[in-house]
Ligand binder design. Sequence first.
Ligand SMILES: *Cc1c(COP(=O)(O)O)cnc(C)c1O
Length: 515
Amino acid sequence: MGNAELLAELSEQAAKHYQSFFGTSYLFNKTSLAAFKSSIVDGLTLISNAVEHKERPFTGISPQDLAEKFRDVDLDKPHHSMSRALNEVNELYLNDAVYFHHPKYMAHLNCPIVYPAIVAELILSSINSSLDTWDQSAGGTLIEQMLIDWTCERLQLGSDADGVFTSGGTQSNLMALLLARDSYCEQHFIHSVKQDGLPLASSRFRIFTSSVSHFSVQKSAAILGMGYQSVVSVKVDDDFKMDIEDLILKLKQCHEDNLIPIAIVATAGTTDFGSIDPLIEIAKVAKMNNIWMHVDAAYGCGLLTSNSHRHRLTGIEQADSVTVDFHKSFFQPVSCGAFFAKSKQHLKVVTHHADYLNPLSQSKEGTPNLVNKSIQTTRRFDALKLWLTLRVMGATQLGAFFDQLIELTLNVFSLLKDEPDFEVLNQPELTAIVFRYAPKVLEEKTLERINPEIRKSLSKSGEVMIAATKFDGRHYLKFTFLNPELTLSDINLVIQKIKKVGQSLSVSEAPYNHQ
Ligand SMILES: *Cc1c(COP(=O)(O)O)cnc(C)c1O
């Protein structure tokens, strides 16, 4: 027996010994494929049951009652059985999960997902590639890069653009402000923040964004050492779009106060209203002031595949950077997002060459190491989900979904407008409507009490999930439509339900009023 065979025999013995001692090892490899497949089938059965029998998007269970079910779980006492552990997952998670695919889920920006993407999710988890370096991903890197180039083209960012997949809009917005800040310092102070940290002047840096932009702008400013104080809130007009006059005024004020404008963050699809800031005008202002323009299209990116409404994003091609969230409006599972820069050299701000991982020599040889463009190191191959979606369905079908949703939302808008008991706040541009139950006979104080209660009551029954928000200090309700199978009559039923709940909540106050 040669050394190699001896070793093989020994390791086989060791494996057998291990298995008799500890039971199945559960390591995923050639020998566990049969067990893996049958476990996948068990998992699939669980998923199918959950989805097939869901009458409501949510059971309405309270955090206290759900926590009660966890009381006897001892993490140090494993089940040693896939089926028992799966049953437990069913009890603790699936039974009371919130189901985004359900037609009565119309709360937040969570889309139903297409199943080619779920198949991709299984593949990418099983093979477990990490997209930081070529030598951990090979074809995965090329797939991601091809999707980045495809999206750059849809964004019309030009031939020098590049990007990278991210965990979502928050990380993309953070990258945007990081690049904006560092590029400003480089250009105006010949100062490298990467090398030397923040310059003294950074406390005077200012970022302009509308009052209804996403909170991750503030959060990023804080993380980047500029603080909330650096974010200047620009007024919105009646359509919840950034008011250009106010932007110009505030920029002027900024210069007068000896402060330093470094970036404008425009939103293409605000989280609450779906409003798209005037991108063309903002681009002009950014150019005139020689400052960075970022477009947060986490929500509005759905228009990139739209057959009828792509023109609403015109101006985005002039942005220095763009945020795109495929898990918001490309019907992809969480997480799947990306960040783009018009000029790829700016991405070097996040490049760090480590000898063990991505040495400079590899870059010089042309090895594509995506870690050079990312703030993450180990990174999921989320791109495969979008890849399989595009290869199976094509972008046109995704765009048709989005167009359908935009049309549906306009119809709901007309419907709500015709209901005397409702007040609608926004003329929808994408798929979100902010409104409130507001019969003329009720006082403002009562409306303020009732509207949040309507949402709570619906959520508690689990029958319908809608969202709530505040504007100008008032409480509103919100529909976000992302399910292309929703019909106007489904939604009309929900509207009637809201009215009924609203009526009963206002009646419950009646005895009070008469006392
Ligand atoms: C959702 C959202 C974000 C944040 O994206 P995540 O993927 O949740 O991190 C940023 N901007 C806008 C406009 C959004 O709607």
